[in-house]
Design a protein around this ligand. Structure first.
Ligand code: PNS
Length: 162
């Protein structure tokens, strides 16, 4: 059985993440979508909120489980008996950082490989940071995140849905 981890901050989850989840879930027996519990990043949503949003938008995918983790990803992957880490590449600018992390992780544990998927072109520009920036000014985020999450994002900024 092949188990993979798709880790991230998901603060909040976007259509870009969902595209990655749907595509990678088809390639493995089980996909863990794992939220990093990193208070240093001062997230907009708590880990519990992020897990709950991910659960809602992945409930049509039977082989996807949502979890959260602390500490090093490579240690968590080993604990969960996952042999693959999935990461998305939007542009060349993502590559240098991702390559360094993937190589470091492989030195630490050569039994776990990082698999890179290129994001679909329609989401190549998209990031959680962009969603937060637009939402903080009350802008339209319907092109970036599922409709059922929009209210929760605006709520954080006390904006009315536009
Ligand atoms: O969505 P993000 O913020 O791009 O996800 C980054 C994430 C969570 C994959 C990365 O920060 C991570 O793996 N953090 C856990 C700590 C770790 O293992 N760091 C890499 C070691 S060099």
């Amino acid at each position: 059985m092949t188990r993979a981890i798709y880790p991230g901050s998901f603060d909040p989850v976007t259509f870009g993440h969902i595209d990655m989840i749907e595509r990678s879930a088809k390639m493995v027996d089980e996909l863990l979508v794992s939220v990093l519990n990193n208070s240093a990043k001062n997230p907009l949503f708590s880990v519990k909120e992020r897990v709950s949003m991910l659960e809602e938008i992945t409930n049509h995918l039977p082989n996807v489980k949502v979890t959260s983790f602390d500490g090093l990803l490579i240690d968590y992957a080993r604990e969960m008996d996952a042999s693959i880490i999935i990461r998305g590449l939007r542009a060349v600018t993502d590559f240098e950082y991702e390559l360094q992390i993937a190589q470091t992780n492989r030195i630490v544990n050569p039994n776990i490989d990082t698999l890179f998927l290129t994001t679909s072109l329609e989401y190549a520009y998209l990031s959680s940071t962009i969603v937060k920036e637009v939402a903080s000014y009350g802008g339209d985020i319907s092109h970036f995140v599922p409709e059922k999450l929009i209210g929760r994002i605006y709520e954080k900024y006390n904006n009315k849905e536009s």
